[in-house]
Design a protein around this ligand. Structure first.
Ligand code: SF4
Ligand code: SF4
Length: 238
């Protein structure tokens, strides 16, 4: 899962699971960065073997998601079947299809990411997230982690990484109002406002998919832009 990050000023969010520093020419970096090539290859190379669907964890859990059908629809061009396209919203972007299942080196995950970006703001994933129950062969479809790491040439980075030292007390924090699937929280503060740890920065409307967002430090709101609230430390936070 994950994405290539080359802007180290990006905030850590609650969906940031871990950071791995890799050489720029590492296979994981080059594959994740090759979005345009992946979409182009999908037009011509996918042989419809269905391995991506057979091993897709979301599919194995019974969700209506068929990565190979998405690839076929993309290659065919024109309007896409609504149910097939909506399946992209159920993709967890785990990477099993591209990093493990597809022997052609294609990335249904990238296709899903693009479709999610197009559909995400218009559709509520909950209406499609109907598992029919785990499918037969669920246990056989699980991917051995060691084999996956070997496939990705990550074995040498699989070392204990205990936390050392103390957490830095940054002078400024940037807090996105949207940190997960769903809608962005509605901003509740203004530039110049003084906040405390726990002050509500963004509120989710009742019944909407998402989560409210709160300040992590005491300080002053200095900017609100691009769906992010910037707070400069000051005022004696806890
Ligand atoms: S595994 Fe690869 S080649 Fe096979 S259907 Fe999926 S995308 Fe196409
Ligand atoms: S990235 Fe999405 S489509 Fe691919 S295996 Fe994972 S959940 Fe399935």
């Amino acid at each position: 899962m994950g994405e290539v990050v080359d802007d180290l000023s990006q905030p850590v969010t609650k969906t940031t699971k871990g950071l791995i520093v890799l050489p720029g020419d590492h296979v994981v970096v080059t594959r994740l960065a090759a979005e345009h090539a992946q979409l182009r290859w999908a037009y011509s190379v996918c042989c419809q073997c269905t391995m991506c669907t057979d091993l897709c964890p979301r599919r194995l859990l019974g969700h209506p998601l068929w990565p190979h059908r998405l690839m076929r629809a993309l290659a065919a061009g024109g309007p896409m079947d609504a149910e097939v396209a909506a399946g992209a919203l159920l993709c967890s972007e785990c990477g099993v299809c591209d990093h493990y299942a597809c022997f052609m080196g294609l990335s249904p995950r990238r296709v899903n990411q693009r479709l999610k970006a197009e559909l995400g703001s218009k559709q509520d994933v909950r209406q499609f997230s109907m598992s029919e129950g785990a499918r037969p062969g669920f246990a056989d479809g699980q991917v051995p982690a060691q084999r996956l790491m070997a496939h990705l040439k990550l074995i040498r980075w699989n070392q204990p990484a205990p936390f050392r030292g103390t957490l830095p007390a940054g002078a400024r924090v940037t807090i996105p109002l949207k940190q997960h699937v769903g809608l962005a929280a509605s901003c509740q503060v203004e530039v110049g406002e003084v906040v405390e740890p726990g002050t509500l920065l963004g509120r989710m409307a009742q019944g909407s998919l998402g989560a409210s967002v709160h300040s992590s430090i005491a300080g002053t709101v200095t900017a609100i832009a691009d769906g992010k609230v910037v707070i400069e430390r000051g005022g004696g936070d806890a």
